[in-house]
Write a protein that binds this ligand. Structure first.
Ligand code: GLN
Length: 186
């Protein structure tokens, strides 16, 4: 198995370290030629969704990656990665626009813009999972066909739709690999 990690901006190296820990081969996607060879899954990391979105176009990665996802390639978007996959972003144009969710960027506001909690996520892990939120979005609405994996205080923060897995938080910034293992099983 070979996982491509979008490495244009943001927290991509942490995903690589987590995959290394599970003994899974990965490589960084920085330009068009990086995706010439076959791979089995894609990770879109946290960072700044507007910046990553702009670079996807500039580097001619937008169309080929969107086509791969629409063709069924498993993709895991964390935080900004979630925003990039959403069909709707409140008050803004969407980016890849492949997942039937409406997202609110920076939803936790200033006071709670970064925090961590432990939560039970029965569909993903038997034990509580540590969650790290950094200027995180939440999912305001999920359409039919989206499986909600976790709600926190009434807001959806992890979900799956077919080949797409998203979290508003950053599993790669903790030692806990439950979400990554869930993705690898996809
Ligand atoms: N606030 C960022 C955005 O809107 C996401 C933050 C993150 O990825 N940690 O793109």
């Amino acid at each position: 198995m070979r996982i491509g990690i979008l490495a244009l901006q943001g927290a991509f190296i942490e995903h690589k370290h987590a995959l290394d820990k599970l003994g899974i081969e990965s490589f960084e996607i920085r330009q068009r030629r990086d995706i010439a060879k076959p791979f089995d899954g894609l990770i879109i990391p946290g960072g700044e969704s507007t910046v990553i979105g702009r670079l996807l176009h500039k580097l001619d990665l937008f169309e080929p990656l969107k086509a791969k996802i629409e063709g069924g390639m498993p993709v895991f978007g964390t935080c900004a990665g979630l925003i990039l996959l959403a069909k709707n972003i409140e008050g803004e144009a969407s980016h890849l626009g492949v997942m039937d969710i409406t997202v609110r960027r920076n939803a936790y506001g200033r006071q709670y813009d970064s925090f961590s909690v432990n939560a039970d996520v029965p569909k993903v892990s038997e034990k509580p999972v540590p969650l790290v939120f950094i200027r995180a979005p939440w999912i305001e609405r999920a359409e039919k066909g989206v499986d909600v994996l976790l709600e926190l205080d009434g807001h959806i923060v992890a979900a799956r739709q077919n080949n797409m897995l998203v979290t508003a938080f950053h599993p790669e910034l903790t030692d806990n690999t439950s979400f990554l293992e869930y993705f690898i099983n996809m």
